[in-house]
Design a protein around this ligand. Structure first.
Ligand code: AHR
Length: 714
C-alpha cells in the first residue's frame, strides 16, 4: 500500500451492517433508522497525531454573479432602477410621469439628446402646466420599492439639462406610494442648457421602515428637462461611495470567506460575446458605464457592480479575489473562439484584467486602477479560465482555448495558479473547478464520501496531483432558500470536503444571494435571501458560518464504526434539481441549455430506470486540530430523527480537558427553516460541556450539526 492509499484507508468509514435487518422499504426523501434490536453504539476514533491533510487558508469562500438580483436590487446599494434609461430601448421602464393637482406634462425617451457616449439617450420631461399645488415630474419605483428607514441620510446624484427658460428648482423626494406622504425631501436648482451633475442629500425623520415608496423628482413651473442618469444611495457598508448594503455585507462577513470567485457563473459568459461580462466597460464613473443586458439571467445589469467594486467588496471583507476571465465561449449564439488569432484579443483582455488587479501603478492597467481610486495592487493567487466549459460541446474546444490562456497567463504571471473548469490533457491545470448541485438531502449525503475515495484523479486530469476547487455546490431543496433538510445534506457534504483537505483546497456554495420578491429570482435554492428592507441567512448559511468559524488547520484521521443508516431510494436519472417557477424566462441549467450529465437521461425506447435502494449513512464526521493550541474540532452531522449516542475515542494526545464546548445547530425536521419574517429561527447555540476526555460518550440531538471543541495537551 503506498502512502496515498494508506491515508485513504485510515479514513475508511465502516457503515453498520444493519441493512439486512431492515424491514422498511422507504420512498425517496423519507428517512428512518434501520430496524434492529441490538444496535451497537456508534463509535468514532480520532487519531490526533495522524495528520491526513490541511484545511487550506483558502478553503471557505463565496461565489457570486448577477443572478436573482444579487447586485442590482441586492448587494449593490443603488435604489434607482433603470437609472440611465437604457433598460428597455422602447419604454421608460420603472419610471412614471407625476402630475399632481392639475399639473400636466409628458415623458419620453430622447435618443436625439444623448447623455454621453455610454448612454446614447435621455429621459425628456416636458412640463406643460405646473404650480406649487400641481407639481409635475418623474417617479422611480426602484427594485420592488424604494426603502425608507428612520433618521437616515440618502445621497442623490443626477445629471440634467434644460431648455432655455427653465433652471429649476427640482424637488427630490422619497414619497409613499399614496403619492402624498413625504418621507424625505430636498431641492436643487441651477439647471442650464448643458449637462450638469447635481448632488443632494435627503434625510428622513421618524418614518416607518417600508419599501412602499417611490423616488420622485418634480418641478412647480413649466419647462423642459432632460435627465441622463438618476441615482439614490442609502448609507453603505463602511460608507463606501457606490457601495454595498450593510445588512447583506454583515451576513457575508459572518461566513468568514477567504475568497470571492467572480463574476460568474453564466454571467461571466453571457449568451453572446456582446453580453459577456466586459470588464473594461464596468470601470470608472458609474454615469459613464453603459450597463448591459444580463441575458444569462434575463435582466438588465447596470454594471454598477464593476470590476473595481468586486475588488472593493474583497477588500471590505478581507477576501482574496479569485478572478474568472472570459475564455472565448458564450452560452448561445455560436460564440466560441478557438483559432489562436481570433482568441488573441480575449487573451490580452484577460492579461489586462489580471494587471488591473495585481499590477503596480507603473503598469498600464495598474495605473488605471490607481486612477479608479486604488493605487495598491491586490493579492491574487488564482485565476479561472471560463466557467463550466464542459457545457461547450464542440470536441476539443476548451482544450484548445484553455491551453492558449494557460500559456499566456503562465508566461506573464508564473506564480498565478490557473483553474480549469473542465478536464484538460495538454496542460496541467493547477486546480480543477467542480460543480455539484443535488436534488435532495439524501442525494447530497450519498456523495459525502466521494473525496475519500478519490485516490487517483480521473483520467484526463493531467499528470500532477491537482487541487480541487468545489466552486459551486448546493442541495437544492427550499424556496427561496435552503431548508433544514438541505442544510443537513450540505453539512454532510462539507464534512466530506473538509475531511479531504489534502485534495479539496477551496469551496463555495452557489448561488449566494437572492431577492425573495415575486419574480425576483431565477434559481432556487439560494443561501441568503432579502427584500428591500431586510435580509436573512438560511439554515445552510448558519451551518457554513459555523464550519468556517470552528476548525483547526490540520485534518486528523477519523474513523467511524456502526454508523446508523437508512434505506434510500434514489430519484431516477440525473438532474440538478431545477425547480421551474412560472413567469420566469430563464429556468434551465444555465442558458446554454442543460449539460448532458445533469438532465434526466430518458432512453428513447423506454422509461428511466429506477435505481436500486441504497443504505445511506445518517451520521457524518470529521476532525481538525489547531496546530498551535492543540484544540480539536469534531464535526458531527446527525441526519437521523432521533438522538444519537456516539462513543468518542481519542489517541495521539496526552490528555483532553474534561470541559469543552459544543456549538449546535438543529431543527425540528427537514422542513424547518429561516424566513424573512423568522430570520433567526435556526441559529447555532453554544454551550459549555463537561465529561470530556480521551474516551467518552455524548449524545447528539436529532436533525443536528454539532461542533465539539476539545482542549488537549500533547
Ligand atoms: O449557480 C447558478 C449557475 O449554475 C451558474 O451560473 C453556473 O455556473 C451553473 O450552471
Amino acid at each position: 500500500m503506498n502512502a496515498v492509499s494508506l491515508r485513504f484507508a485510515t479514513r475508511t468509514f465502516e457503515v453498520g451492517t444493519l441493512a439486512a435487518a431492515t424491514m422498511l422499504v422507504l420512498l425517496a426523501g423519507q428517512r428512518a433508522l434501520s430496524a434492529q434490536t441490538d444496535k451497537p453504539a456508534t463509535e468514532i476514533k480520532i487519531q490526533a497525531d495522524q495528520v491526513t491533510g490541511h484545511v487550506s487558508p483558502m478553503f471557505y469562500g463565496i461565489m457570486t454573479e448577477e443572478i436573482n438580483y444579487s447586485y442590482d436590487g441586492g448587494l449593490y446599494a443603488e435604489l434607482v432602477r433603470n437609472r440611465n434609461f437604457k433598460e428597455d430601448p422602447k419604454d421608460i421602464v420603472h419610471w412614471q410621469l407625476v402630475q399632481n393637482g392639475g399639473g400636466s406634462g409628458s415623458i419620453s425617451l430622447d435618443p436625439g439628446t444623448p447623455f454621453n457616449e455610454a448612454v446614447p439617450t435621455s429621459l425628456k420631461l416636458v412640463i406643460d402646466k405646473a404650480s406649487a399645488a400641481g407639481r409635475v415630474g418623474i417617479a422611480n419605483d426602484g427594485f420592488w420599492g424604494i426603502p425608507s428607514k428612520p433618521n437616515t441620510t440618502y445621497k442623490a446624484t443626477f445629471y440634467a439639462k434644460a431648455a432655455t427658460g427653465f433652471n429649476g428648482p427640482i424637488t427630490l423626494a422619497i414619497v409613499g406610494n399614496d403619492g402624498t406622504t413625504v418621507r424625505a425631501s430636498t431641492q436643487v436648482s441651477g439647471l442650464t442648457q448643458e449637462w450638469k451633475k447635481f448632488e443632494a442629500t435627503l434625510k428622513t425623520g421618524d418614518v416607518p421602515v417600508t419599501a412602499e415608496n417611490k423616488f420622485v423628482l418634480t418641478a412647480a413651473n413649466p419647462g423642459t428637462v432632460w435627465f441622463g442618469f438618476v441615482s439614490l444611495f442609502p448609507p453603505t457598508y463602511k460608507d463606501r461611495p457606490n457601495g454595498f448594503r450593510p445588512d447583506i455585507m454583515q451576513l457575508l462577513a459572518g461566513m468568514k470567506p477567504a475568497f470571492l470567485r467572480f463574476p460568474g457563473g453564466n454571467y461571466l459568459e453571457g449568451n453572446t460575446l456582446d453580453t459577456r461580462f466586459d470588464w473594461k466597460k464596468t470601470l470608472g464613473d458609474p454615469a459613464q458605464r453603459p450597463g448591459h443586458f444580463d441575458d444569462a439571467w434575463w435582466y438588465w445589469s447596470s454594471d454598477g457592480m464593476g470590476l473595481q467594486e468586486f475588488l472593493d467588496w474583497c477588500e471590505d471583507l478581507k477576501m482574496e479575489p479569485v478572478l474568472a476571465v472570459y475564455a472565448g465561449y458564450s452560452l448561445r449564439g455560436g460564440a466560441r473562439i478557438t483559432l489562436h488569432s481570433q482568441l488573441e484579443p480575449y487573451i490580452q483582455d484577460a492579461l489586462d484584467e489580471i494587471e488591473y488587479v495585481t499590477g503596480d501603478v507603473n503598469t498600464t492597467w495598474g495605473a488605471r486602477r490607481a486612477k479608479d481610486g486604488h493605487p495598491e495592487p491586490y493579492k491574487m493567487q488564482y485565476v479561472e479560465v471560463g466557467n463550466e466549459d464542459g457545457g461547450d460541446n464542440q470536441p476539443g474546444s476548451y482544450e484548445t482555448r484553455f491551453a492558449q490562456f494557460y500559456d499566456a497567463i503562465k508566461a506573464k504571471y508564473p506564480n498565478l495558479k490557473v483553474i480549469a473548469t473542465d478536464t484538460v490533457t495538454t496542460r496541467v491545470a493547477d486546480v480543477i473547478d467542480e460543480h455539484y448541485y443535488r436534488r435532495s438531502e439524501e442525494e447530497m449525503a450519498s456523495h459525502a464520501s466521494d473525496y475519500d475515495s478519490r485516490r487517483v484523479l480521473p483520467s484526463g486530469f493531467g499528470k500532477a496531483p491537482h487541487e480541487v476547487f468545489v466552486g459551486e455546490w448546493a442541495t437544492r431543496v427550499g424556496d427561496p432558500t435552503p431548508n433544514w433538510g438541505a442544510a443537513l445534506g450540505d453539512a454532510a457534504w462539507m464534512v466530506g470536503m473538509e475531511r479531504n483537505g489534502h485534495l479539496v483546497k477551496m469551496e463555495a456554495y452557489a448561488p449566494l444571494l437572492t431577492r425573495i420578491d415575486p419574480d425576483g429570482l431565477q434559481w432556487l435554492t439560494d443561501l441568503i435571501g432579502y427584500n428591500s428592507v431586510s435580509a436573512y441567512g438560511s439554515p445552510s448559511y448558519y451551518m457554513q458560518s459555523m464550519f468556517a468559524t470552528y476548525h483547526g488547520d490540520d485534518v486528523v484521521s477519523i474513523t467511524a464504526r456502526n454508523v446508523p443508516n437508512s434505506e434510500w431510494l434514489p430519484a431516477a436519472g440525473f438532474g440538478i434539481g431545477n425547480v421551474v417557477r412560472p413567469n420566469q424566462p430563464v429556468q434551465t441549467a444555465g442558458s446554454r441549455g442543460p449539460r448532458p450529465q445533469r438532465i434526466p437521461i430518458i432512453p428513447q425506447n423506454g422509461p428511466v430506470q429506477q435505481p436500486a435502494p441504497q443504505d445511506l449513512a445518517l451520521m457524518h464526521f470529521d476532525a481538525t486540530r489547531d496546530s498551535k493550541t492543540g484544540a480539536i474540532y469534531v464535526k458531527v452531522v446527525n441526519r437521523a430523527s432521533t438522538p444519537q449516542a456516539v462513543h468518542v475515542v481519542l489517541t495521539g494526545v496526552a490528555s483532553v480537558e474534561p470541559n469543552g464546548r459544543t456549538i449546535t445547530l438543529s431543527g425540528s425536521g427537514p422542513d424547518d427553516t429561516n424566513t424573512i419574517t423568522e430570520p433567526t429561527k435556526l441559529v447555532p447555540v453554544t454551550a459549555e460541556v463537561s465529561g470530556l476526555g480521551t474516551d467518552f460518550t455524548r449524545s447528539f440531538p436529532p436533525y443536528s450539526v454539532s461542533v465539539l471543541e476539545l482542549k488537549t495537551t500533547k
